[in-house]
Design a protein around this ligand. Structure first.
Ligand code: ZN
Length: 368
């Protein structure tokens, strides 16, 4: 059980990965940026399954975990849940560490063959959809392959691997998921045999705080363009076509996120609901994170795909409007300019938070 091991996992970026540092540049993939995003998603899953996850940033005003020093350490054969209670740590800190309690695994970039999607690291791609003045500024993430080397307790690694399998299908790695960065494929499918899959199961009486997975909807739009220049009709992209063409040629990605967000936010949500900050985010006067994340378009085998998620608001009216907007295939077709197939999870007509059965079905599908 307590065996230490190395596990190498090869990752291929589907959309640019961004783990930039504070001065806004990124000369390689940074472990801290990956771990930050992995922890965030782990917390989202854990809370949805009834577990507890504190807020290590302290931004929510919620208390951080502190180790109960009277009873530290791992008792033999104790489950993670029991350990967490003994040590006074939440389920997330138990795996990812807190003051006085080491992270249960290490992650290093073992090999990094990624390259920046454009050379000038200070340059931002400025996309201005119709009727906008400010628009969106996109930094140069990195595309290509890299290998992470995990080391740690077998059970901890099994949790991380299962989470990566979930993120490969539904989530992302690194920062700026709202702008479509960080989608990836596991380049090496031979994980089974090297690591046993972790079985996600309810650990409490229903979901705890927010954000948790039962509040999320996931969407995927798949299409097969017939013409090479299909993306030039996407609102806002023609003006920067000379910057985008090399991205299409070399990396087979198109930054569609600003155009889709512009349509959803200003042409649809704001017109029906007025205040859109709580859904699509704002910088002033206080920073509100967007609840909607949509990827760049990327090539996936024989078709193109755009994926994303929305963290639905508790207000049912707002949630219903947002749900209808994101589930409207005609909007996707109009913005992308290519007819396609829209898949939505949970698969239902009207928005309702996930049931435990649905959740287990989706998480159970993410086993190698
Ligand atoms: Zn904690």
């Amino acid at each position: 059980m307590a065996e230490f091991r190395n596990l190498d996992i090869q990752i291929r970026a589907s959309t640019p990965i961004w783990t930039g540092d504070s001065n806004g540049t990124m000369n390689r993939i940074h472990e801290t940026g990956l771990i930050g995003s992995i922890r965030w998603w782990y917390e989202v899953l854990i809370r949805g399954l009834g577990g507890r996850a504190c807020d290590p940033s302290g931004k929510s005003g919620q208390a951080k975990c502190s180790l109960n020093l009277e009873n530290p350490g791992e008792s033999e054969a104790a489950t993670q849940r029991e350990q967490s209670i003994q040590t006074g740590l939440c389920d997330a800190c138990q795996l990812f560490g807190a003051t006085g309690w080491k992270r249960r695994f290490t992650m290093r970039i073992h090999r990094d063959d990624t390259i920046p999607i454009w050379d000038d690291s200070g340059h931002l791609l400025h996309i201005v959809p119709p009727k906008r003045t400010r628009g969106w500024y996109l930094p140069p993430g990195r595309m290509g392959e890299f290998t992470i080397r995990l080391r740690g307790l077998r059970e901890s690694l099994s949790r991380i691997v299962s989470l990566l399998l979930f993120l490969e299908k539904y989530g992302s790695l690194g920062a700026k998921p709202q702008l479509g960065y960080g989608l990836f494929r596991l380049a090496d499918r031979g994980l089974d045999g090297r690591i046993e899959p972790f079985k996600w199961a309810p650990i409490g009486d229903g979901p705890t705080e927010s954000p948790n997975i039962t509040e999320f909807m996931f969407f995927s739009y798949q299409f097969e363009p017939q013409k090479p220049g299909w993306w030039t009709s996407i609102p806002g992209l023609a003006g920067v076509a000379t910057e985008i063409q090399p991205l299409v040629n070399k990396h087979q990605v198109v930054p569609v996120s600003p155009s889709l967000k512009n349509e959803w936010r200003y042409e649809q949500y704001a017109k029906r609901m007025g205040d859109d900050k709580n859904i699509f985010g704002s910088v002033q006067p206080t920073r509100i994170r967007s609840r909607v994340a949509v990827s760049w378009a990327f090539r996936s085998e024989d078709h193109w795909e755009i994926r994303g998620w929305a963290r639905m608001p508790a207000d049912m009216k707002a949630a219903e409007v947002l749900w209808r907007i994101l589930c409207d295939r005609r909007t996707w077709e109009r913005v992308v300019g290519v007819p396609g197939r829209l898949e939505v999870l949970p698969n239902r007509k009207e928005w309702q938070p996930w049931t435990v059965d649905e959740l287990e079905g989706v998480l159970g599908g993410c086993i190698c």
